[in-house]
Design a protein around this ligand. Sequence first.
Ligand SMILES: Nc1nc2c(c(=O)[nH]1)N[C@H]1C(S)=C(S)[C@@H](COP(=O)(O)OP(=O)(O)OC[C@H]3O[C@@H](n4cnc5c(=O)[nH]c(N)nc54)[C@H](O)[C@@H]3O)O[C@H]1N2
Ligand SMILES: Nc1nc2c(c(=O)[nH]1)N[C@H]1C(S)=C(S)[C@@H](COP(=O)(O)OP(=O)(O)OC[C@H]3O[C@@H](n4cnc5c(=O)[nH]c(N)nc54)[C@H](O)[C@@H]3O)O[C@H]1N2
Ligand code: SF4
Ligand SMILES: [Mo]
Length: 684
Amino acid sequence: MSERIVPTVCPFCGFGCRLFVKSFNGVPVGIEYVRHDLPPNYGRLCPKGASAADFLRHPDRLTKPLKRVGEGEPRFREISWSEAIREIVEVFKKIRRDDPNAAGFLSSAKCTNEENYLMQKLARLFGTNNVDHCARLCHAPTVAGLLQTVGAGAQTNPFEDILKTRAIFVIGYNPAESHPVVMNYILRAKDAGAKLIVADPRRTRTTWFADYFLQFRPGTDVALLNGLAHVIVRDELYDREFVSKRTVGFEELRQALARYTPEYVEKVTGVPARLIEEVARVFATAGRGIIMWAMGLTQHTTGTDNVIAASNLMLLCGYIGKEGCGIYPMRGQNNVQGACDMGALANLLPGYRKVVDDAKRREVAKLWGVEDLPSEPGLTVVEMMHAAASGKLRAMYIMGENPAVSDPNLNHVYEALEKLEFLVVQDIFPTETARFADIILPAAAWAEKEGSFTSTERRVQWSFKACDPPGEAKPDWLILTIVGKELGLPGWREYSGPEDVLREINEVVPQYRGITPERLKKNLEGIFWPCPSPDHPGTKRLHVERFPTPDGKARLIPVEYRPPAELPDDEYPFILTTCRIVGMYHTNTMTGRIPSLVKRWIGPYAEINPSDAEKLGIRSGDRIVIETRRGRYECVAKVTNSVPPGIIAVPWHWGANVLTNDALDPVSKIPEYKVCACRVVKKG
Ligand SMILES: Nc1nc2c(c(=O)[nH]1)N[C@H]1C(S)=C(S)[C@@H](COP(=O)(O)OP(=O)(O)OC[C@H]3O[C@@H](n4cnc5c(=O)[nH]c(N)nc54)[C@H](O)[C@@H]3O)O[C@H]1N2
Ligand SMILES: Nc1nc2c(c(=O)[nH]1)N[C@H]1C(S)=C(S)[C@@H](COP(=O)(O)OP(=O)(O)OC[C@H]3O[C@@H](n4cnc5c(=O)[nH]c(N)nc54)[C@H](O)[C@@H]3O)O[C@H]1N2
Ligand code: SF4
Ligand SMILES: [Mo]
């Protein structure tokens, strides 16, 4: 009989809480709260982390490889691992011979760094850059925008700096629901005198604590941010020394900002001009300021512009490269930062080397023992679905993603998945996406394997194996190792385990050079990247001396306000926006199987303002139908003042993506989840 308590990293959000999983004879028992001295969460957890162990032994867990039998309504039969691998290898070998770009691979922000590294390596050695993951639906604009302005897309400062700041500007981010432990840091900063400014179209739980609440029209972020910057420049509140020494482009920006007067911005955004003036002054004169953003800023066809406008504001204030300051683009998934670092992106190789950069690409090829790698950027998440629908993409391998719920415009996604000649889904549960699969592979969940995860603050932590996987489920790294070998890919090598893979990452990803398995396993606090050598302590603050741009300076780049792709009209008179709630997580494969959460956070529902509800004869609890040009969605109405008139807000965990728009930001290719036009009717 053996009882063990083992340190892991939470499998839900990107804050990266340490979870101590208790097991008995290899069977998970629950989460223990044992280390109040350990960052980043110091023993605190939100409801999801606290109940994370409860889905591990759920009867729905996939325990054997499955193969589709027959057509139409999917039925599956259990097969052996060797048969499953044989089927996969046969099809993928054929496609590789015909055209490697006819295959697409989705990697997973739920999986470890080692697993993401292997997935993108497999795709590239297979011969395609068609490898991507949910970062594309999330912080792609952050990466695209910040690469242009400050030269790197990562969060610049550690969470501890929140406690040292004087002003926090939260825009398009609702930490009270999406990162509860961050909210705790924010409230402690407020206790110490920091001012909290929140910009959101909805009156969220985060806004309850705001000193200043900028309630504005969805999709008008550029106008709002430019308006604030206008006042800061006009009233000479900007940091002259910082702007002249560390940035270029001030004059062009000043000219472009001229027309964003508070009065004009009030017209576009709905925020009173005097409030814009006051907030600009409070933020710029605070001395130390932080900006935090997430999906409200990024999930727009103007996502990259929004990020650039936010970056301009921070550069004008000189709030980068200092303690108690910084840019906090709050990463969502537990390992979305790591999956990006590992190069699980259609345009970037490990360590953010561009696939189109011949020298950088050949550098990676050489490390992998091949001459070159595919040089054409691959298809992104949404582009893969379009290519599948048009027949250009013939097969997909999806590890730890559930696009049949998480992608926009689901009716189109169903068509695309249906049309694929061959689909492999590797997951821990039989997901909606797996219904379309030809082969389903059972994966081990986070606590049943080991490896490293990188949180939003660039903290890399080792997660230890706490319990056994159910049935024949295998860790993702092991499955990929076998598939790569059986495909006979040139340059593929066998790996003895996650530590072995991490050692290769140490060689290939410069930011991770000093983050060795030995150090990570010894040091439960983790190590911040960049960490250039094994004796380096890791870097908590970025851009302290210079920016990672050719001349070491940041760029101020003018951006103009553009409206969203689809706005309300007579036929579809409301704006539909989608959001998250604290007890549910994404497509609900995991939280939907935790009884304590399911009982407390009940859905599906939509929020509607009392004045709109009255006009439509709708009361709280009524069944309603929401329709867009793409689909219809039935749910329960929740009449509340937290949404302003004209807006319908839907937590998307229960399948609301049948409604959303797949129009893309041209630069980052993120879809516009946060704004589209809809109508609402009471179900008769
Ligand atoms: N409980 C829970 N926590 C999670 C997740 C989860 O599913 N459940 N997911 C994780 C992931 S992957 C991510 S990326 C993060 C996301 O975390 P958040 O970004 O905080 O999540 P959202 O609720 O999607 O969007 C944030 C806010 O954007 C606002 N918004 C809508 N339209 C606009 C607009 O036009 N402009 C602005 N400025 N704001 C707008 C919404 O009203 C909402 O309050 O959460 C992570 N944490
Ligand atoms: N309308 C709307 N849609 C959105 C958003 C929005 O705000 N509004 N947000 C977008 C954002 S920010 C994101 S990040 C995406 C998320 O989109 P997805 O990543 O598709 O959503 P998840 O539900 O997190 O899917 C993760 C899958 O991994 C599986 N899994 C968990 N652990 C493991 C493991 O160890 N191994 C394997 N193989 N599988 C595992 C889970 O069961 C689940 O099926 O959704 C996007 N979709
Ligand atoms: S805040 Fe995020 S990392 Fe922490 S317990 Fe909750 S979901 Fe997990
Ligand atoms: Mo995300």
